[in-house]
Design a protein around this ligand. Structure first.
Ligand SMILES: [Zn+2]
Length: 447
C-alpha cells in the first residue's frame, strides 16, 4: 500500500512515523509528570510486577536465584539487591532467552565503567533507546532551551577522534527527529583545558554540555579572563556536580547550570529541576530506591545507596540493581513537576591530569578498555607525582608482568603520555570521606 507523504513543514503538520513516535512519547511524559505520587507508584508497581514475571519466565539468573512473584510492595522490598559484581559475572544468565525483536526492537550492547571503576557490559533494546531520547528532549523543554541556537559539547569522543572539534548541522538524533535545530559542535574532553577555553571563546555558543571536573577548570579560566565567555545555559553530565562548582559557574558564565544524573546501562535516572535545586527522578523509565545500610528506605534528608530497576529493559533486566552511587532523598517541593525528588547525588568524580609540559586536561583513561584484559576487576588511577601514576586494581586473578604491560600500554595510549605506572593490587578500593568514588584522583594541585 502506498501511503501519502504529507508535508510536515505546514501548520497543523501530519508528521512522519519517527516524528510521530517522538511527539507521542513527549505528550505522554508531559502528562505523567503531573501524576500524583500514588498514581505513579501504582503505575510502577504494575510494570515491576510484569517485569519480574518476565524474568521468572525467561531469564536464567532470576530463575535460579530464589526470586518469587510478588503480590504486594512488601514482597518487592524483600527481593535481593543485585550488585555490580553479579552483573559483571552473570552477563549471559541475565539475558532473556526469548526473541524480543518484534516488540522491543534490535538489541544494543553497552559497556559502562559506571560509578565504581568496575566496568560492566549490558544489553538494551531499541525501545529503551527511544525512551532515553524522549527524556533528552524533556530536559530541553524543562529548561526552555531555544532549539535554533548553537550547542557546544565537550565530552569524551574516543582517542581515535583526535583533538579537533566536530561540527554538525543539528543538535543530535533525539532533538533532530522532533525539531529543526541549530548547529552543534563537539570537542574531545582530553584536549587541554586552555585550548578548550579558546575553542569556546571562538565558538560563541549559547549552550554548553560538559563534565563537572572540566567546568570547574573553565570557571577558573573565565574568572581570570578580561573578556568573559557567557552562556544561556550549561548542562553537566557524567560526574557528580559539586555545589561550589555550580555556584561559581553560574556567577561567572551568567546562566543556570542544569545537571543530568544518568548512567550508560540505565539511561536517565534524574534531571535537575528547572525551578529549584533538587532533582526529579525519571519515574516513567526507572524505579529508584534510596536504601540505608540495613536496606530500609531512607526518609527525606537521609543519604543512602541508589538501587535502580529499569522498568522497560526486557532484554537484560536488572532488578534492584545497586548502581554504586549515593543520594539524599528530597522533600516534596512546590514546583509544577510532581515526580519524586532527590536533594543531592554523590557518584563518581575525576580530577584533571597534569602533564610534565604544564598542560592540564581531563584524563581520557577509560576503565572499559581494560575489561578485555581484566574482566572481573575494579580500577582506580592516582596521579602521585608529575610523571607517576598509581594503578590500583582489585582482582582475584593472578596478574603477571605480561598482563600488566598490556594494562600500562592501554592507559598510556589513552592518556597520551608515557607515565611511569606503578601497579598496586588491593582487596578493596574505598570511596572518599564524602562518599564519592574517585575514578581518577590527583595528589597534585590544579590549574
Ligand atoms: Zn521541581
Amino acid at each position: 500500500v502506498n501511503s501519502p507523504q504529507y508535508c510536515d513543514k505546514d501548520w497543523l503538520a501530519v508528521p512522519d512515523i519517527n516524528r510521530a513516535i517522538a511527539q507521542s512519547l513527549q505528550f505522554q511524559l508531559s502528562q505523567s509528570q503531573l501524576f500524583s505520587r500514588q498514581k505513579m507508584l501504582d503505575q510502577q508497581y504494575l510494570h515491576l510486577n510484569k517485569l519480574l514475571q518476565h524474568c521468572l519466565d525467561s531469564v536464567p539468573f532470576y530463575q535460579n536465584s530464589g526470586y518469587h512473584p510478588i503480590e504486594h510492595w512488601d514482597d518487592w522490598y524483600r527481593l535481593p539487591i543485585l550488585s555490580r559484581q553479579e552483573v559483571q559475572e552473570n552477563f549471559h544468565q541475565l539475558r532473556s532467552t526469548l526473541d524480543l525483536v518484534t516488540h522491543e526492537g534490535r538489541s544494543m550492547h553497552i559497556k559502562s565503567s559506571g560509578s565504581t571503576g568496575r566496568p560492566i557490559e549490558v544489553v538494551v533494546s531499541e525501545r529503551s533507546q527511544l525512551h532515553w531520547q524522549a527524556l533528552t528532549v524533556r530536559d530541553h523543554l524543562w529548561n526552555k532551551r531555544d532549539f535554533t541556537k548553537k550547542l557546544a559539547v565537550i565530552k569524551y569522543l574516543g582517542t581515535e577522534n583526535g583533538m579537533s572539534g566536530i561540527a554538525a548541522k543539528q543538535w543530535g538524533p533525539a532533538t533532530a527527529c522532533m525539531y529543526n535545530t541549530g548547529p552543534s559542535y563537539a570537542l574531545n574532553s582530553s584536549c587541554d583545558i586552555q585550548s578548550q577555553y579558546k575553542w569556546l571563546e571562538t565558538l560563541q555558543a549559547e549552550y554548553l554540555i560538559v563534565y563537572p571536573s572540566l567546568l570547574q577548570a573553565l570557571v577558573k579560566l573565565n574568572q581570570r579572563s578580561t573578556k568573559k565567555i557567557s552562556f544561556e545555559n550549561i548542562t553537566t553530565i557524567g560526574e557528580t556536580l559539586n555545589n561550589d562548582v555550580r555556584v561559581h559557574a553560574e556567577a561567572t558564565f551568567g546562566c543556570k547550570v542544569s545537571d543530568i544524573y544518568s548512567c550508560q546501562e540505565l539511561g536517565y535516572i534524574a534531571l535537575k529541576c528547572p525551578h529549584g535545586d533538587h532533582y526529579h527522578v525519571q519515574s516513567e523509565s526507572v524505579f529508584v530506591e534510596i536504601l540505608d545500610h540495613n536496606g530500609v528506605q531512607c526518609s527525606p534528608g537521609e543519604m543512602g545507596r541508589v538501587v535502580v530497576t529499569a522498568l522497560h529493559n526486557k532484554v537484560m533486566p536488572l532488578i534492584r540493581y545497586d548502581i554504586g552511587d549515593y543520594a539524599v532523598v528530597g522533600e516534596d517541593c512546590n514546583c509544577p513537576i510532581l515526580l519524586p525528588t532527590l536533594e543531592k547525588i554523590v557518584g563518581r568524580t575525576r580530577n584533571l591530569v597534569r602533564y610534565p609540559d604544564g598542560r592540564v586536561s581531563w584524563p581520557s583513561y577509560n576503565p572499559m578498555a581494560l575489561m578485555d584484559i581484566l574482566p572481573n576487576a575494579q580500577f582506580q588511577l592516582i596521579q602521585e607525582t608529575i610523571d607517576t601514576l598509581i594503578f590500583r586494581v582489585t582482582s582475584s586473578d593472578v596478574i603477571d608482568e605480561t598482563l600488566f604491560e598490556r594494562v600500562r600500554s592501554v592507559i598510556n595510549t589513552a592518556i597520551g603520555y608515557e607515565f611511569n605506572i606503578v601497579f598496586e593490587q588491593c582487596d578493596t578500593i574505598s570511596r572518599s570521606k564524602s562518599g564519592k568514588f574517585e575514578e581518577f584522583y590527583s595528589r597534585l594541585a590544579h590549574v
